[in-house]
Design a protein around this ligand. Structure first.
Ligand code: EPU
Length: 417
């Protein structure tokens, strides 16, 4: 199995180009199931999670082709399956995103129930309640969700929690429903806006994306579209933290600064100098990092997907910081690995108290979650000596060519096969 080996102590300098967003691409590719012509998707990142959704769409009978760099074409006529089997969903829980589109298009779907994962229990009760509200009959048997509906009908549904993939599933189900659906307390992440934009280009009638209420007037059919995937704000944030952490000077290109307000604000408070110019952000690291407190929240709050990376920054900051995780109940799996590198972190409930230390020291580490693994590379960049990150497949799920991008910025980061 591959490993990433990092020799710490190098300052990062230069430019890095950000790839398309994994969490925008996954629902938008799943939305191909709603049309029967050929959809073209550009700026699709090359990631294992994208390979997983492609595999699932192909299994369902869609034709999936790649003929240009980062471009995927998907034609979903002649779908022959309504089931997303355990082996595919097990690999990637976002496979649940085919539930809404399959039900809307074919009137039935059988999707393996995703279990919990390393970061929390991650129920899908709101996906199911929303679909039931639109008239679907839902049964849970043998580890599968079985949903059927002749044609979904619009209704008014309040989400107890603004779930991201839940909002996406319900939006994709509602676009072909009879009548108008109003979804309240929905997620407001940029990936939700991107999906609504993509669906509207296919002929859907969705308004309110980016606010907490979505109004969706159902239409009889959608037509294929040509869609470009928005930049990955979490990948961008990870490189921005890397620059601040190493006292470097990195310009992050092809990103969307408007999607990163909370992160940029916090980064500024650490003493980093931030210069935003159009679609690029230059981050100049401070001489000494100042501690800041962080609380993860739904967008536009601070993203849980950046919590682990900021914790590394706080591990070598001046002073004490408190990081509270309010989205997932178990998203501190990186803490014990960071402690192995010498970080001084105490966890109590959903809060971590981090006392900045003068230096970290390299060691072998591993993590069972994508963002936690990214945080370990960051820690390796400032640790003395060598840090070896095992279980690299987590990184490959969500960061395109991460070691090459770091190496081009001057980091000593290498993949060992
Ligand atoms: N929740 C419920 N009921 C539901 C659904 C969610 O109670 O039916 C709760 C969850 O347990 C959690 C909270 O709602 O406490 C938020 O979870 P959400 O459903 O929003 O998460 P998700 O849709 O499963 C997406 C991203 C995650 C990201 C979260 C939060 C995708 C494919 N995944 O997950 O990304 O952390 O939103 O922003 O979009 C990652 O990329 O590393 C990643 C984990």
């Amino acid at each position: 199995m591959d490993k990433i080996v990092v020799e710490g102590g190098r300052q990062l300098n230069g430019e890095v180009r950000i790839s398309g967003a994994k969490n925008a691409a996954l629902p938008i590719l799943a939305a191909s199931l709603l049309t029967d012509g050929t959809n073209t998707y550009r700026n699709v990142p090359r990631l294992h999670d994208i390979a997983s959704i492609r595999e699932l769409l192909a299994y369902l009978g869609a034709r999936v082709e790649t003929d240009e760099d980062h471009v995927i074409r998907i034609k979903a006529n002649g779908l022959c399956q309504t089931e997303a089997p355990y082996d595919l969903v097990r690999k990637m829980r976002a496979s649940i995103l085919v539930l809404g589109p399959l039900l809307a298009r074919l009137g039935k779907a059988r999707v393996s129930l995703p279990g919990g994962c390393a970061i929390g229990a991650r129920p899908i009760n709101l996906h199911l309640k929303g679909l039931a509200r639109m008239g679907a009959s839902i049964e849970l048997t043998h580890g599968y969700v079985e949903a059927t509906a002749d044609r979904l009908k619009g209704d008014d549904f309040y989400l107890d929690v603004p779930t991201v993939t839940g909002t996406e599933n319900l939006m994709m189900a509602a676009v072909l429903a009879r009548g108008t659906t109003i979804l309240r307390n929905v997620a407001r992440e940029p990936e939700i806006v991107a999906l609504a934009d993509a669906l509207n280009r296919m002929g859907a009638r969705i308004s309110g994306a980016g606010s907490s209420v979505l109004t969706i007037h159902g239409v009889d059919a959608l037509t294929p579209a040509d869609i470009s995937i928005i930049p990955d704000r979490i990948e961008a944030g990870t490189f921005m933290v890397a620059s601040a952490l190493t006292g470097g000077d990195v310009t992050v290109l092809n990103c969307e600064p408007d999607h990163m307000g909370a992160m940029l604000n916090k980064l500024r408070l650490t003493g980093a100098r931030i210069t935003v110019k159009g679609r690029s952000v230059r981050v100049q690291g401070p001489e000494k990092i100042t501690s800041v407190d962080i609380k993860t929240l739904p967008y536009p709050g601070f993203p849980t997907d950046m919590q682990a990376q900021f914790m590394v920054l706080m591990s070598v900051a001046r002073g004490l910081s408190i990081i509270s995780e309010t989205i997932f109940e178990n998203r501190f799996i990186h803490v014990s690995e960071l402690r192995r590198l010498g970080a001084d972190i105490t966890v109590s409930g959903n809060a971590a108290m981090i006392k900045g230390v003068d230096h970290l020291s390299g060691a072998p580490v591993m993590a069972t979650d994508l963002r936690a693994s990214a945080s370990l590379i960051l820690a390796g960049l400032v640790a003395e000596g060598q840090t070896v990150i095992n279980r690299v497949y987590h990184l490959d799920r969500g960061y395109e060519a991460i070691e090459d991008k770091f190496a081009r910025l001057g980091a000593a980061v290498q993949r060992v096969r």
